[in-house]
Design a binder for this molecule. Structure first.
Ligand SMILES: Cc1cc2nc3c(=O)[nH]c(=O)nc-3n(C[C@H](O)[C@H](O)[C@H](O)COP(=O)(O)O)c2cc1C
Length: 405
């Protein structure tokens, strides 16, 4: 065999000149981004994303509960044509995935929120901006994304949170979701051990970190400082005093149904509650004028003994009936998790860490790649299970994966 014949047999891969593409070529599951983010980010920043509350029981339970759901496929069906598109609150989506709200995303990548939002826009899926976002409501809206949602933390001093509702409306956000599981911040032990401050401040540990992650710090210093971008109406001193007055916390610990009713009056678009909501609270919420639910245990970052959300989904769907919009998150790492979520009654599944690792690793292209991988995985799981549309997946749900195990 001569050299020519050997070369014909061995198909040498063309050398990829673009380093970003070289990196993406090595990422085959969304979780691969986690390892890259771990290498790139200072430890305190990585742990802020990666960690959960207290003993991280809920965070692990979210994954375990998804893994317990096994599929019983239907075979010998034509699955050559699939359709993953749908519509929620009158807005179309290309695939039933959304980017959940994450605070301080510019700490993970200098253009964190805008890069993630642009990736969501390219992929035709919703992006939720957090109250604790490090980019303003208006700057995110300036991307032109047609399906933006805003996540609201209700603050003790309403001068911080009330104007955000009006700003989101004025900027054209399509839905408002009020996070109701954060009346106090979860006890994140990793952050405590790392002495995490936002933005990261110089300490002995930070200086040591700069030596091992110089590129991270160079990138950060090239971009505007990170801060509470959305509390801009108040000076930093006022924000500080607002967060330490009344009952001494930023978040309103007195949050109750009357507040939900008054925010319902203030916001005319679709209104969701985000948290680990049970059927009784959900019915009460509907009476208060809430339109839908973002079923979430905050990725295990709040109540550490909280049940896995996928286990809460069936009862919630049964409690509110087939029409009320429900999106779910917490522990979604694979397209199979999305398939199971739809099968058990969710309209869409949202991701938190899976896109934050990706934006930390490779910016907008990273997030696009993560969404592509999840989409490919979802399509493949659907085809191998014998279903081709989301409606069919929902319809076959109980037979396909009704019982865990
Ligand atoms: C780094 C980070 C920051 C977050 N910040 C917020 C926030 O500001 N508001 C909120 O409602 N949820 C926040 N969450 C929770 C997410 O919206 C979502 O519920 C959770 O990440 C889903 O779990 P997963 O990370 O396992 O996908 C945050 C999550 C992470 C990982």
């Amino acid at each position: 065999m001569n050299l020519q014949e050997v070369l014909e047999l061995v198909q040498l891969r063309r050398f990829e000149r673009d380093p970003a593409q070289r990196l993406l070529n090595r990422v085959h599951t969304p979780d691969d981004f986690r390892a890259i983010a771990k290498r790139k980010l200072p430890r305190a920043v990585f742990d802020y994303v990666d960690g959960g509350a207290d003993e991280e029981i809920a965070m692990q339970a979210n994954r375990d509960a998804f893994k317990r759901r096994k599929l019983r496929p239907h075979l010998l069906r034509d699955v050559s044509v699939t359709d993953l598109t749908g519509e929620l609150f009158g807005n179309p989506f290309q695939v039933p995935i959304g980017l959940a709200p994450t605070g301080y995303t510019r700490m993970m990548h200098p253009t964190g929120e805008v890069s993630s939002c642009l990736a969501a826009m390219v992929k035709g899926i919703p992006y939720v901006l957090s109250t604790m976002g490090t980019t303003t409501v208006e700057d995110v809206a300036a991307t032109g994304h047609p399906n933006l949602w805003f996540q609201l933390y209700v603050t003790s001093d309403r001068r911080l949170s009330d104007p955000l509702i009006d700003r989101a409306a004025a900027a054209g956000y399509k839905a408002l979701e009020i996070t109701i599981d954060t009346v106090v911040s979860g006890r994140r032990v990793r952050d405590m051990r790392n002495g995490l401050t936002i933005p990261p401040q110089l300490s002995i540990a930070t200086i040591l970190d700069i030596a091992t992650r110089p590129q991270y710090w160079i990138n950060m210093l090239r971009h505007p400082a990170i801060g509470f971008a959305n509390f801009g109406a108040l000076s930093p001193e006022e924000v500080k005093s607002a967060s330490s007055t009344r009952i001494g916390t930023l978040f309103d610990q007195t949050l109750n149904w009357t507040d939900i009713e008054s925010m319902r009056k203030r916001w005319s678009g679709p209104l969701l509650l985000k948290g680990p909501i049970g059927p009784a609270d959900a019915r009460r919420a509907i009476e208060a004028g809430v339109d839908g639910f973002h079923l979430s245990n905050h990725g295990g970052r709040q109540l550490d003994r909280c049940a896995a959300t996928i286990d809460l989904l069936g009862p919630l769907r049964a409690g509110v009936g087939p029409e009320v919009p429900i999106v779910i998150d917490s522990g979604v790492r694979h397209g199979a998790d999305i398939a199971v979520s739809i099968a058990l009654g969710a309209d869409m599944a949202f991701i938190g860490r899976s896109y934050v690792y990706a934006v930390a690793a490779a910016g907008q292209r990273g997030v696009e790649h993560a969404i592509t991988l999840l989409t490919d995985q979802l399509r493949s799981v659907m085809q191998l299970s014998g279903v081709t549309t989301l409606a069919e997946l929902r319809q076959q749900g109980p037979e396909l994966c009704g019982e865990p195990g």
